[in-house]
Write a protein that binds this ligand. Structure first.
Ligand code: TYD
Ligand code: MG
Length: 452
């Protein structure tokens, strides 16, 4: 019965087939056919609810009302969300298993339930398990409504009956729609369920928060299309072995995406860390070779992160591994180091790591990575209180990082005393307690640290 309602559509060319085929009959591409609903119910255009149809208007005539953000009661989450949740908004929150997605959302729903109606749909755990967690979190007498269900149609019915202001779906990969024959978690199911829930959110004004799983490669499992459907995409990151967690917005239709929320996992759930600047430093007593502290700027808050490198003689094909940093960028830095500073590492294994499971994407990390590698190669530690930042170009130049002064001040505030930074980032007035070495080229930076 269910099978008759679905067709298989090619993701490349859009051709359809009544049954699954390995090769698309339209364009000949392999393995591109994915199950889809054959046709929506009569009279219901699939996209009408997504953007309710409006007459064509001149841009300046359209009234632009400010989006009202509602705080969730968890300041660090609000920060990542750009102020809070939005009526009818759909948020996707992804992260590794066990990182704390369910914990955070339960805490947020509990805080929200004091003012608005909330619904927690759990597909992964039973109602009793959720209740147990809420007791552990100290949320006695919580007013959060819970539904343990994985069938989309029944969830939609519950949404209509309960009419909550905020609904959490934990997780989107466990849901299935009756209209499709594929298993829960398949591309077709995830896409269809997310699209239906989005439509419901827009039509009813309910804020829907979807929990999504992350694959080994770090992307959200299921189709990328999920990221396009929703309004906001948050990623939960951090090392499950350390207690700190970051929530980062990678897409937000209702606010900026550069802010991150910082949490610490405690026995009683996630607690916001209002001043996170020093949490990603490791705690060795003496400076060690191969470590270099970086000041990175995430959103409005500078953070100090220790970069560690290990360079060791490798086999015939040496390995380059990076945790929390881009591997292609690492290969580029090694090439620059060799070509412009004469430091060769082509016969060495090179491992680099950002302490604490934080992911750093800004190029201003380059100089610190390079100095950590150089330190490990020479087996010489950088002096105590040392830090660096700056982007490195292919020509061997060291480019300034945005808002350098703020970075320098934050490090000085935490007691750091020596820095190697791009010359354009050097402040006009000296910063108390801080010796700054300005550099313009990679070879200069290497020469400076050799003298320290
Ligand atoms: P969870 O929210 O279940 O992760 P996810 O939904 O992302 O898979 O988090 C589970 C982890 O958090 C688990 O390993 C135990 C830990 N934890 C705490 O340390 N303190 C707590 O109060 C709770 C509820 C969980
Ligand atoms: Mg969970």
């Amino acid at each position: 019965m269910a099978k008759e309602k679905s067709i298989y559509v090619c993701g490349e060319c859009g051709a359809s087939s009544p049954k699954w085929l390995g090769k698309c009959p339209g364009c000949g591409a392999w393995n591109t056919l994915v199950e889809a609903v054959a046709e929506a119910a009569p009279g219901k255009n699939r996209f009408q609810a997504l953007a309710r149809s409006q007459p064509v208007a001149t841009l300046s005539e359209i009234e632009a009302s400010e989006i009202a953000h509602q705080g969730t009661g968890i300041a660090e989450l609000d920060r990542a969300l750009g102020g809070g949740i939005v009526e009818g908004g759909v948020v996707l929150i992804g992260g590794d298993p066990g990182i704390g997605k369910s914990t955070l959302l339960l805490q947020a729903l509990d805080a929200l339930s004091r003012t608005v109606k909330t619904l927690y749909v759990t597909g992964e755990e039973s109602g009793a398990q959720v209740a147990l967690r809420s007791r552990r979190l100290g949320l006695e007498g919580s007013q959060v409504r819970v539904l343990a269900e994985i069938q989309l149609e029944r969830i939609l019915a519950a949404l209509e009956a309960e009419a909550p202001a905020v609904c959490v779906i934990d997780s989107i990969q466990t849901l299935y729609s009756e209209q499709l024959a594929s298993a829960p978690g398949s591309v077709a199911q995830v896409r269809e369920c997310a699209a239906q829930l989005t439509r419901t959110a827009k039509a009813s004004g309910t804020t829907v928060i979807l929990v999504g799983h992350v694959t080994k490669e770090g992307a959200l499992a299921g189709p990328r299309v999920l990221e396009h459907i929703v309004d906001t995409v948050l990623y939960f990151e951090g090392d499950t072995h350390s207690s700190f967690r970051l929530v980062r917005a990678v897409k937000n239709r209702f606010g900026a995406v550069n802010e991150i929320g910082v949490f610490a996992m405690t026995e009683r759930g996630l607690k916001g860390v209002a001043n996170p600047s020093a949490i990603f430093l490791s705690t060795h007593g003496e400076p060690v070779p191969g470590a270099c502290v970086l000041v990175t700027l995430e959103g409005t808050r500078p953070m100090l992160v220790e970069i560690q490198a290990l360079v060791d003689s490798g086999g015939p094909s040496p390995r380059r591994l990076s945790v929390g940093l881009d591997r292609d960028r690492l290969a580029m830095l090694l090439a620059v180091l060799h070509r412009h500073a004469g430091v060769a590492a082509f016969d060495q294994d090179v491992f680099v790591n950002a302490v604490g499971g934080v992911r750093i994407s800004e190029p201003a990390a380059d100089l610190a990575v390079l100095l950590a590698i150089q330190g490990s190669l020479r087996a010489r530690a950088l002096p105590r209180g040392f830090f660096a930042f700056g982007e490195i170009g292919l020509a061997g130049e060291v480019r300034p990082a945005p808002r350098g002064q703020e970075r320098l001040r934050e490090a000085a505030k935490l007691g750091f005393s020596v820095a190697v930074v791009p010359s354009a980032n050097v402040p006009k007035k000296p910063i108390e307690g801080l010796t700054i070495h300005a550099v313009e080229r990679v070879e200069q930076a290497i020469a400076v640290v050799r003298e320290l």
